[in-house]
Design a protein around this ligand. Structure first.
Ligand code: AMP
Length: 337
């Protein structure tokens, strides 16, 4: 579909403010089993659907703007009504003791902090391609996730299943619209958010994919780990260099002012091979580094789109596997020890 998919799909697709939420009346149907976590906007529980006896996840939303609740539900309803592979399923919406709650598909997730350091090269290839599959489908229908990070990717290693969760910051994309820059999670924030450029698009998610991919192939918990937004930009500049940063600002006429001296120093661009160590050498193949270099670009227009990334030679063996010519990428070792 086109870059401006929302216009093609029409107002009923993207006009979440006028969307009527059909809250389920059956408030006792889902029972809480245990707390899984929580954050600024919600508390998340494992639950049970007493009608089907299936496990589920109950995300109880904290009192936030009704507009934000509508947006999250509309995005999930839209995506679940389409073939959107690897997007978490929204099963129901209920008001539990007055709190709006989303009932979602449960994933037997292995926590990423434990999983990522153990992923094999074929597993990184596989799960990255599954993430791109989700993003291609989502971007194709005019939606940006805006909070891609390891904690929002649920992975069930036994079933080789990946699901993209937490659509609370997701937004419908319209050309020539200024968007909020206070989105995302610091280590995964794209340069446009750090320099205050508001006309971003789907490529925002692709930066975050690049950060995640770098953390996986270099075996670093977070690839760019800034202590605040300025320091985040500094970490990026120390890797990508200042020359391209300056031309990026020029291209988009971005007036970036800072009082941080270290942001004004010239840093050379680092070759990706600089991050190779004895521990990650088997993961950081030349194809992997080439893909990474095409995702982590300051200029959002230069980043690969999700579809382009899917077509990158790094995924060739997966494509061969899918077409039945080889099964070399299927020897997952995770979880078997
Ligand atoms: P969140 O507040 O959205 O980060 O969710 C808190 C935690 O709940 C996450 O870190 C996950 O471990 C877990 N979680 C969220 N959604 C699911 C899901 N659909 N299946 C399994 N675990 C989930």
């Amino acid at each position: 579909m086109s870059h401006d998919a929302c216009s093609l799909l029409g107002k009923s697709w993207y006009d979440y403010e006028n969307f009527h939420i059909d809250w389920s009346q059956d408030t006792d149907r889902y029972e809480v089993v245990r707390r899984l976590g929580g954050g600024k906007y919600s508390e998340v529980f494992e639950g049970i659907d007493t009608v089907t006896s299936d496990r589920c996840v109950i995300k109880v939303l904290k009192p936030v703007a009704p507009k934000k609740i509508k947006r999250e539900i509309k995005v999930l309803r839209n995506l679940c009504g389409l073939p959107s592979p690897n997007v978490i399923g929204l099963l129901d919406v209920v008001q539990s003791r007055g709190n709006p709650s989303l009932v979602m598909e449960y994933v037997e997730n292995v926590e990423w902090k434990r999983l990522f350091p153990r992923l094999t090269a074929p597993e990184i290839q596989y799960y990255t391609s599954q993430l791109l599959l989700a993003l291609s489908a989502v971007h194709d229908v005019g939606i940006i996730h805006r909070d891609i990070k390891p904690a929002n990717i649920m992975i069930d290693v036994k079933q080789r299943k990946l699901r993209l969760i937490d659509w609370g910051l997701a937004e419908f994309y319209h050309p020539n619209v200024d968007y909020h820059i206070r989105v995302g999670s610091r280590y995964y924030k794209a340069p446009e958010l750090l320099v205050g450029y508001k006309r971003y698009d789907y490529s925002l998610d692709m930066w975050s994919v690049g950060c995640m991919f770098a953390s996986m192939i270099f075996r670093k918990e977070h690839f760019f780990r800034g202590s605040d937004n300025d320091d985040q930009l500094l970490k990026i500049m120390k890797t990508l260099g200042t020359e391209e940063f300056d031309s990026y600002l020029k291209t988009y006429n971005i007036h970036f002012e800072t009082e941080i001296d270290s942001l004004l120093i010239n840093y050379p661009k680092q070759p990706w091979t600089r991050f190779i160590t004895a521990e990650n050498r088997h993961l950081a193949s030349s194809d992997a580094l080439d893909l990474l270099g095409k995702l982590l670009r300051y200029d959002h227009h230069e980043r690969l789109t999700s579809k382009e990334a899917e077509a990158h030679p790094y995924f060739n063996s997966i494509r061969l596997e899918a077409s039945g010519k080889t099964d070399s990428a299927s020897d997952s070792g995770f979880g078997s020890t």
